[in-house]
Design a protein around this ligand. Structure first.
Ligand code: AMP
Length: 243
């Protein structure tokens, strides 16, 4: 944790800057993003969640994205980048934000780089973003990913994520936090999962190299307990030597 003249800075009050989570579907990006967002008091921006919300509300964006999402492919870079640009304008991004599920292609990463260095509306005082992004890649083996995706359930009300194999709720099908009925995501079926993993290998995996070359990549082994992984993630973020 950063110190200044011997005082420890509260993570919730200092600028955290952009945090980017990379990882295959099922690697635990959403779960970890929630903990990190809470620790630093910054928003979790999940492009998957925003897209699902648009599909549920039947917006123009949702109509365009629906079929692609249901097939396990990637929504077009233009649509997703415009959506992220809009989200980053909101005041809660002033001290930083955590991107979960974005970027997912090299074109999106290049767009984000430009956006962070030129469009500065999301940072306090309209000053350019001084803090470079930290990119944390969560690495999980293929078989583990499959079990995580097929066993995943979530609470539509509070967003808490469970897994019927590894992290079941206390009462089957019911959220521990608010008693809501747990749901399975529409794209967590075996057929769509296989398409999503293919899209990941083809389009998202090359991003690790993109960020490694820029010296921004931190890698975390994503197969321990949720707490162990969170602690590795926080170390990676704090050790990135940019705060
Ligand atoms: P996720 O919840 O991150 O697994 O995303 C669910 C689906 O939303 C993906 O399978 C894609 O169809 C779409 N999606 C989410 N984020 C992106 C992105 N950055 N670029 C393109 N499509 C995305």
């Amino acid at each position: 944790m950063a110190t200044q003249a011997g005082t420890v800075t509260d993570p919730k009050t200092r600028n955290a800057g952009p945090v980017i989570l990379l990882g295959a579907p099922g690697a635990g990006k959403g779960t970890q993003a929630k903990f990190i967002a809470e620790r630093y008091g910054i928003p979790q921006i999940s492009t998957g969640d925003i897209l699902r919300d648009n599909v549920a509300r039947g917006t123009e964006l949702g109509k365009k994205a629906k079929a692609v999402m249901e097939g396990g492919g990637l929504v077009s870079d233009d649509l997703v980048c415009a959506m992220v640009a809009d989200r980053l304008k909101q005041a809660d991004c002033n001290r930083g934000f955590i991107l979960d599920g974005f970027p997912r292609t090299v074109a999106q990463a290049e767009w984000l780089d430009k956006h962070l260095s030129s469009n500065v509306s999301f940072f306090e005082n309209g000053k350019p973003c001084q803090i470079p992004p930290v990119v944390v890649s969560i690495k999980v083996g293929y078989n583990q990913l499959l079990q995580r995706l097929t066993g995943r359930r979530s609470c539509p009300a509070c967003g808490r994520i469970y897994n019927v194999y590894f992290q079941p709720p206390r009462v089957e099908g019911i959220c521990d936090v608010d008693g809501g009925k747990l749901v399975t995501r529409k794209d967590d079926t075996e057929e769509v999962i296989s398409e999503r993993l293919k899209a990941y290998e083809r389009q998202t995996l090359p991003l690790a190299d993109f960020y490694r070359k820029k010296g921004q990549l931190q890698e975390v082994h994503g197969e321990g307990s949720v707490e162990e992984i969170t602690s590795e993630m926080l170390k990676a973020i704090e050790n990135a030597d940019r705060l």
